[in-house]
Design a protein around this ligand. Structure first.
Ligand code: GRF
Length: 204
């Protein structure tokens, strides 16, 4: 499958994916001058910036995204720091081949600043979720979750770094499994070839 990665931040997950040897056909960012674009350039991956403010409404923005994806024959999408909600046309078109990474154990802490909110609440465990994208916000069938502890001595930075390290381990595994057909969305149910997978609970 030809994969696009949608970014908007530091690109550490894009980097982890590329360093795992996974081929990425296109990187799209909703922000200019972000580190993620440098990561794409460093790995010779075609990159495009599609700025929301250049479009009059969300439908037009989504149409621009769709044509950018179609132009390179993109069949699957991994979201990694792209802070725009996709419209239903796109989520329907890529049903079962669009995934998102979120830094909490969903359905806890959906939305922005999930790490900070969990830290401030004093949770003892949070983690990382990967799910198929549907029309909701940080909803959609869960594919894998990794629990991450918040230690007594943790600063917010320590806790965030532990969560990010879990993301970097998990996301490439999930994407490779979907690409290889070992994970599929059938209706609204995630089906794993051969049943239980070690990595779906964070065992590698
Ligand atoms: C990750 O924490 C991911 O969970 C969230 O956005 C962040 C992207 O980080 N959706 P990076 O740009 O991959 O470093």
């Amino acid at each position: 499958m030809r994969w696009a990665v949608l970014v908007g931040g530091t690109g550490s997950n894009l980097r982890a994916l590329l360093e795992s040897g996974f081929p990425v056909a296109l990187v799209i960012s909703h922000r200019a001058s972000v580190k993620a674009l440098e990561v794409a350039r460093d790995h010779n991956v075609p990159e495009r910036v599609i700025l929301p403010k250049a479009y009059s409404d969300r439908a037009q923005y989504d149409a621009a995204l769709a044509s950018g994806l179609e132009a390179l024959g993109i069949e699957a999408i991994a979201m990694a720091g792209f802070l725009r909600w996709l419209g239903s046309d796109l989520t329907r078109r890529y049903h079962g081949t669009i995934v998102n990474l979120h830094p909490s154990l969903l359905p806890a802490y959906p939305g922005l600043h999930a790490i900070e909110r969990a830290y401030d609440d004093g949770v003892l465990w949070s983690g990382v979720s990967v799910h198929f994208v549907d029309e909701g916000h940080d909803t959609g069938p869960l594919i894998a979750q990794v629990p991450v502890p918040r230690l007594v001595s943790d600063t917010l930075e320590d806790f965030a770094a532990r969560i990010q390290a879990a993301e970097h381990q998990l996301y490439p595994r999930v994407i490779a499994a979907i690409d290889g057909g070992q994970v599929q969305l059938v209706g609204n149910r995630v089906v794993y070839e051969g049943g239980e997978q070690k990595w779906m609970h964070g065992h590698f």
